[in-house]
Design a protein around this ligand. Structure first.
Ligand code: C2O
Ligand code: CU
Length: 449
């Protein structure tokens, strides 16, 4: 076998990340993402799962690892039977690199290529996925993590990445291809029956007693939410949606909705014990997601909580200069507003495809360098993780503005206020990250002038 330089480089990037030792993509080199149909052995049976779509024949896509401040250069090849793009979820990119067809670029047709090139200003855990027929393309497996490493190494013993996905499989291990099913779409979305960590069902891990692990969690599911409990471990929250938070011990389950990420620091328990990670989101359907067994030579236990991660260089932007804007989420099964054509709505309108934004007015606009308060009202009976492209936000709790995020989870019937901060001009999307809600209308756009 012979490798050219790019192959070797990509292998080392991918391998390094799998081993928890992320390699560095060299700034002067191009990475390749090839989106194509795939049959992959992701189940502990002989038969591969057919009808997947994958980047570089991997499920999930290869983890891309770069150093903060460096330039990403990614060449997308489309070998799918339909158009595609790549969206860099949570990365502050210029509008032209945001991957929204008909809004920030032309869709990449089958057989065509597109070059993405941008610098990554913020360190943290991000991800990438298509933005065309997202419910089907992400649903079939097109999604991967983008890890941006801090400029200086941070104080942990290990750096682990877990991309969480799920699939709906029948008893024989075949993919149930009912993407876009109307019943799913009108309710909680397409929730799978098998949950994968990094595309695998082998969810028993090992680590040395009392080591501290940075666990990067990416919820790359189409609809499934998580409420993770770390049993018999000391655990701290370190970052949300890529951005550092004030370090806090995790006492409540950590909620992760589609699109969201969290970095936690886990302290491995004493030798022979296991740290169990349980998902409690669906109440009585709780299950054990993974366990980490303490094994091997023990470290000395450190008492102090980990130090906070260094802040990201977000421009400082003051209080809003314009009046707050109202966004009302409506629709779903049995609601008065929903129709077959428009199951889900924002402010009474359903946007059915990104390309169609020209027919729809922007929901609001704000100048770059300014902020804007949004009153969000979820009038539906379902959860909606609302993702804003191109801006960052903080949710109001009491009199406080919460941590920096790019995706805010609205509980059924919840009313809340978020403050958006804008620094890049352009037309940007806002949509529910339950992908069949997005596909059936819960999508809109706004303008940063
Ligand atoms: Cu993660 Cu518009 O998407
Ligand atoms: Cu939704």
């Amino acid at each position: 076998m012979s490798f050219n330089r790019r192959d070797v480089l990509q292998r080392s990037v991918a391998l390094g990340a799998a081993l928890g030792l992320p390699g560095l993509a060299l700034a002067e080199d191009w990475l390749t993402l090839r989106a194509a149909p795939a049959a992959l052995k992701i189940l502990p049976i002989d038969k591969p799962v057919e009808a997947l779509w994958a980047y570089n024949n991997r499920y999930p896509g290869p983890p891309l690892t770069v150093r903060q401040g460096s330039e990403m250069r990614v060449r997308l090849h489309n070998d799918l039977p339909q158009d595609t793009t790549v969206h860099w979820h949570g990365i502050r990119v210029p509008n032209a690199m945001d991957g929204v067809p008909g809004m920030t670029q032309a869709a990449v047709a089958p057989g065509q290529q597109f070059e993405y090139r941008f610098t990554v200003p913020d360190a943290g855990t991000f991800w990438y996925h298509p933005h065309v027929n997202t419910y089907e393309q992400v649903g079939r497996g097109l999604a991967g993590a983008l890890v941006v490493q801090e400029r200086d190494p941070v104080d942990v013993d290990a750096d682990w990445l877990w991309v969480l996905t799920d699939q709906r499989l029948d008893r024989t291990g075949r993919l149930v291809e009912s993407f876009g099913d109307l019943h799913d779409s009108a309710h909680a979305g397409r929730i799978g029956n098998v949950v994968f960590i990094n595309g695998s069902l082998d969810q028993d891990f090992k680590a040395q007693p009392f080591t501290r692990i940075r666990l990067r969690l990416v919820a790359a599911t189409s609809a499934r939410m998580f409420a993770l409990r770390f049993v018999s471990a000391r655990a701290w929250l370190w970052a949300l949606d890529g951005h550092p938070v004030a370090v806090q011990a995790l006492s409540e389950p950590l909620t992760l909705a589609p699109g969201q990420r969290a970095d936690v620091v886990l302290e491995v328990p004493a030798s022979g014990e296991a740290l169990r990670i349980q998902d409690m989101f669906y109440g009585d359907r709780g299950y054990e997601l993974a366990s980490i067994k303490a094994q091997g030579p023990s470290r000395k236990q450190v008492q102090a909580a980990p130090k906070a991660l260094p802040d990201n260089p977000l421009p400082s932007i003051g209080a809003p200069r314009q009046a707050a804007v109202q966004l009302t989420l409506q629709g779903g099964a049995m609601s008065r507003e929903a129709t077959r054509e428009a199951l889900w709505l924002i402010n009474g309108k359903a946007m059915k495809s990104e390309g169609g934004h020209g027919h729809m007015p922007a929901l609001f606009s704000l100048p770059a360098g300014q902020s804007l308060d949004l009153h969000l009202q979820n009038q539906t009976m379902w959860h909606h993780p609302l993702h804003f492209h191109g801006v960052w936000l903080r949710q109001k709790t009491g009199d406080q503005w919460g941590p920096v995020r790019d995706t805010v989870l609205l509980q059924p019937r919840e009313k809340t206020t978020v403050r958006l901060f804008a620094d890049q001009p352009g037309h940007w999307m806002v949509h529910c990250h339950v992908l069949s809600h997005q596909a059936h209308g819960m999508m809109g756009h706004f303008e940063v002038t």
